[in-house]
Design a protein around this ligand. Structure first.
Ligand code: GLN
Length: 613
């Protein structure tokens, strides 16, 4: 008997890679526990955890991911962030530089020229940052610091009193740094309070999972992807990540950037936090440290993950994304307004003078620059163009400016511009831009913008000697074409002419056959209400066209709503009369059906041509 396939859960590619890296690094046993803070030597030396949190909040964890340990220096970027938010970047920059020091984290030094701490990731800069936190009193300043960290972690973090007491009773070197800072006027408050709060912030207990969420919050532009709470503004997040890139790994920063290539921060508690902006946060916990005070397995695991997941922030898979997804003329992809034969002929010949450019992806500088350049090069030949942004994700401020300027420039040189932008990514809505605004006309869908372009081409190229036919009699309708006069008037008698007001529904979706309609004047729109609440047009029909054939001939209900787009005049053949014609005038019925079939095929042909785009 064949055994059924066992449902072994597959770990998935990412979880599999995380597990492999974990296993590989677990064999590494070198390094020493930090013991200059006595309590730090009390941890399990082989404890090991690895955690990945994506910028949208999915967490991959392996090992002792819920074991707590003290955050130590990984607190520094977060206190720096709070100081930036409290005092503003300029006031912080006046006291802390952002230059890599190439020195150990606890060096008692200032930059000889600026006489400021070299950066906020070494102790001198971190103690200065701690001194810049706002608050009523020491307790309030500590409370605000803890709350800031907690927002990044998405849960309430607390201090480890034993580790704090241990560092407070031995931290003379940091006190020396605090007094040096006070004597140089970098700290102008009580240096003991700043150093004490620094000891306390370093003793905050975290898990590897917490650090991963903190890293993912930095990756997600300052918004915690799990709690959805904003922890830091995007601009300050960028500043914090910059300093982490150049200074986060102390005197190993250069090697770290070249082998791992991620903004990061390590702590002597054994944690490392690394960030790939926009993508993921990584955290590792393993307390044995190398000579720089960085976790040995932490560095190894980050290197390995960076390599296997291709995370290096300078790793480029291809140059500037092609922002133009496709482009075509309105002759190749007409609007859903069904044109009459004369108009179709004009559009077939001159439709290449109006082009649609569909953009996609996120519009950053390089993609926008390339798209704008290509459109500009081709626009000389065009009477009108559409820039369709409906598939675009984020649009950077510089891309908005470039597109606005492109539109204005083209309008001045005589090419009219339509922007399809249903979500107002350029900041303009259909009604916010005046029709004469050179930045173009805004549309919510490509179909209506294409119709607008077609009208521009038609206005320019429609032969002036061909009258624009907007009103027909029943006998003029193509459904009556080449019938002899007596047949013509016999058939016309079966039809009843009526008018429909603009906006009125002629047939509801799902309604039964109500007649065969020949349009004599005005426009009729066939469409449906989509999930987005908008009425999507399938086709707009005008004088000389017909509708209602399918319900009439096949007996199926109307598949879509039929609505008068303008005031409309139609000739209607009622179901009863249509049925009666079979006995009373079969030859007339046959003639009518032949003509309707020809119209239906013409319509199908137009629909098929539009379908590729
Ligand atoms: N509290 C520690 C100290 O200042 C933090 C150092 C670190 O994690 N690199 O010595």
């Amino acid at each position: 008997m064949v055994a059924p396939l066992a449902a072994v859960p597959q770990p998935g590619v990412v979880a599999g890679i995380v597990a492999d890296v974990y296993e590989l690094c677990a064999t590494e046993r070198s390094g020493e526990l930090a013991d200059y803070i006595p309590e730090l030597a009390a941890v399990q030396p082989d404890s090991f955890a690895l955690c990945l949190a994506t910028a949208d909040g999915k967490i991959y964890a392996i090992g002792d991911a819920t074991t707590t340990f003290t955050i130590q220096s990984i607190s520094k970027p977060f206190t720096y962030a709070l100081a930036l938010a409290d005092r503003g970047p300029a006031a912080v920059a006046a006291r802390i530089d952002v230059e890599p020091s190439g020195e150990p984290f606890n060096e008692i030094s200032l930059d000889p020229i600026t006489e400021r701490p070299r950066n906020p990731m070494i102790n001198a800069g971190a103690i200065t940052a701690a001194s810049l936190i706002d608050g009523r009193d020491p307790a309030d300043r500590l409370e605000r610091t803890l709350r800031c960290y907690s927002r990044f972690a998405g849960r309430d973090l607390t201090m480890n009193e034993a580790v704090y007491a241990s560092e407070a009773s031995t931290g003379y070197r940091n006190r020396a740094i605090g007094y040096m800072l006070r004597s140089f006027g970098i700290i102008d408050s009580d240096p003991d309070e700043a150093v004490d709060r620094y000891f306390r912030q370093c003793s905050v207990d975290v898990t590897c999972r917490d650090l991963a969420v903190m890293a993912a919050t930095l990756a997600n532009n300052g918004m915690n992807p799990v709690s959805r709470e904003r922890a830091l503004s995007p601009a300050l997040t960028e500043q914090v990540l910059s300093v982490m890139t150049t200074c986060g790994m102390y005197n190993a920063a250069g090697d770290w950037v070249s082998t791992v290539g991620l903004p990061a921060k390590s702590g002597v508690g054994g944690g490392i936090l690394a960030v790939l902006p926009g993508q993921i946060g990584i955290a590792v916990y393993s307390p044995r440290l190398d000579a720089h005070g960085n976790s040995v397995r932490g560095v190894a695991a980050c290197r390995e993950l960076s390599k296997r997941l291709e995370l290096h922030f300078l790793h480029v898979t291809r140059a500037a994304q092609a922002a133009i997804r496709s482009e075509y003329t309105v002759a190749e992809a007409p609007s859903r307004l069904r044109r009459n034969t004369d108009e179709m002929a004009v559009l077939a010949e001159h439709g290449h003078r109006a082009r649609v450019y569909e953009l996609h992806g996120d519009l950053q500088f390089a993609g926008a620059e390339r798209a704008v350049r290509i459109i500009e090069e081709q626009a000389g030949e065009l009477a009108a163009l559409v820039i369709d942004l409906h598939r675009v994700g984020e649009v950077s401020a510089i891309a908005v400016r470039m597109l606005d300027e492109l539109a204005a420039e083209l309008t001045v040189t005589g090419c009219q511009v339509a922007i399809v932008d249903p979500d107002a990514k350029l900041g303009h809505t259909v009604s916010s831009l005046d029709p004469s605004d050179p930045r173009g006309r805004v549309f919510v869908d490509r179909d209506t913008s294409t119709e607008w372009c077609e009208n521009i081409v038609l206005a320019e190229y429609r032969p002036s000697d061909v009258p624009v036919c907007t009103s027909l009699t029943v006998e003029d309708h193509p459904a009556f074409a080449s019938l002899d006069p007596s047949e013509c008037s016999r058939l016309a008698k079966e039809f009843e002419v009526c008018t429909i007001a603009r906006g009125e529904v002629v047939a509801e979706r799902g309604s039964a056959r109500s007649g065969l309609y020949l349009i004599l004047e005005g426009r009729v729109r066939i469409g449906f209400e989509a999930a987005d609440g908008r009425n999507h047009r399938l086709v707009t029909l005008s004088a000389g066209m017909s509708f209602g054939e399918i319900p009439m001939l096949i007996g199926e209900p109307f598949a879509n709503e039929v609505r008068a787009e303008t005031g409309v005049r139609v000739a209607v053949l009622s179901p009863a009369r249509f049925d009666r014609l079979t006995e009373q005038a079969p030859h007339l019925k046959l003639a009518l059906l032949q003509r309707l079939a020809a119209g239906a095929y013409a319509q199908m042909d137009a629909a098929v041509r539009g379908a590729d785009y």
